[in-house]
Ligand binder design. Structure first.
Ligand code: SOE
Length: 386
């Protein structure tokens, strides 16, 4: 059995999700090449040492350069905040390491393109963390579209809604600072929707959008981890430099119409990542809050029993489900990362590029940037022009 040594930068929210995936994968996918959890990297020595112990990493370093130049590391996994992606990915590729980078790939389209180019020139494998593709119900939606069972696709309608910053006293965490995050709801949540749209429907031709920052100033944080943060009453205020919500419409190359809504200002929606696809022969509906299910509708059903029905994607032949539990036993958010790592390890072992890879990261970044341009210029923008 092949095995590859992993070095990972970042150990908070995504770091925990990836660590869990490397660990769990060995137990449920024994035929897949093994990820060896060698080195964890973080700037705070106390934080990184206790995370390394808790998550099961062999050791830790506090400078990513030591990880990237380490002769025993085969794969560099980057889940530090977005502003760190480019420098680490480029250094790692030049050192001959395979790359696994969280989304959005970079702060700008130019940076994302450079990352792809350097990775290709270095001849390394590269993967981007669009984990929602790996939910078996999403894979089923893909199968229904690809096999023609939904017919010609007319609509892709998607929304990713959260509510963790509705309170105006919630601190100014890094996700609300443009120089670190690149953008707000757009790049954090909209990026997932754009990738799902590419995966399920195909490329977009043109877009038009609008966005808003509802709370323009927030107290500086005294502590932050994952999506939670603490502030204090007397903390100085700082400017929010990203969007709280971005909405856009798109025309796909195949003629379908798309609508997209990403917002962190939707009370009651803790993490609603949902889409619908309508085609000439039927429709599907997915909602991450019920990630084991796909709602399907076929116009070919007898008229008297037509209606959306719920398919539980928990058993073979649904993707990945032969590896998990006995019939009908559901899986969760963390399993999407396990499947992602299965693809990463399999692709490297088979000497092919994993999917989705930096090319998909760039395609997503093109749409993010075209939407930003359309908002700034108040007009439709062609994807081929960015
Ligand atoms: C925060 O908004 C976040 O954790 C994103 O960063 C993830 O990519 C998304 O899956 C859930 O929400």
């Amino acid at each position: 059995m092949k095995s590859f040594n992993v070095g990972m930068v970042g150990y908070k929210f995504m770091g925990k999700a990836h660590s869990h995936a490397y660990k769990d994968m060995r137990m449920f996918f024994p035929q897949t090449a093994v990820p060896k959890m060698k080195l964890l990297c973080g700037r705070d020595v106390n934080g990184v040492s206790s995370a390394a112990e808790q998550f099961g990493w062999d050791g830790y370093v506090t400078d990513w350069r030591d990880l990237v130049s380490h002769p025993e590391i085969d794969i560099v996994d980057i889940n530090a905040p977005s502003d760190a992606h480019k420098e680490i990915a480029i250094a790692a590729a030049k050192a001959g390491k395979h790359l696994f980078c969280e989304k959005p790939l970079a702060l700008t389209l130019a940076d994302a393109r450079e990352m792809l180019q350097v990775a290709e020139e270095a001849g390394v494998k590269h993967m981007v963390g669009f984990n929602y593709r790996f939910a078996p119900a999403v894979q089923l939606a893909k199968k229904l579209v690809e096999s023609g069972r939904l017919g010609d696709i007319y609509h892709f309608r998607a929304w990713f809604l959260q509510d963790w910053i509705v309170d105006p006293t919630f601190p100014l965490v890094w996700r609300l600072q443009k120089e670190i995050a690149g953008s707000g709801a757009h790049g954090d949540l909209g990026a997932h929707l754009i990738d799902l749209a590419h995966f399920l429907v195909g490329e977009m031709k043109e877009v038009i959008g609008m966005s808003e920052t509802f709370v323009k100033e927030r107290p500086m944080p005294t502590e932050m981890t994952g999506l939670s943060a603490k502030g204090s009453k007397d903390a100085p205020m700082g400017a929010v430099t990203v969007d709280d919500a971005t909405l856009f419409m798109a025309r796909f190359a195949n003629g379908a119409l798309g609508s997209f809504e990403a917002s962190r200002f939707a009370p009651g929606h803790r993490c609603t990542n949902a889409f619908e696809i309508n085609g000439s022969k039927g429709s599907v509906k997915f909602d991450f809050e019920r990630l084991n299910e796909l709602q399907v509708f076929f116009t070919s059903d007898d008229e008297d029993v037509q209606g959306f029905r719920r398919v539980l994607a928990t058993d073979p032949p649904h993707a990945y489900m032969d590896a998990w539990w006995p019939t009908g036993h559901t899986i969760g958010y963390e399993h999407t990362f396990v499947h992602e790592v299965v693809e990463l390890m399999t692709a490297i072992a088979e000497d092919r590029q994993p999917v989705p890879n930096f090319y998909d990261g760039v395609k997503c970044q093109e749409v993010l940037e075209a939407v930003d341009q359309s908002i700034a210029e108040r007009r439709w923008v062609s994807i081929s022009d960015v």
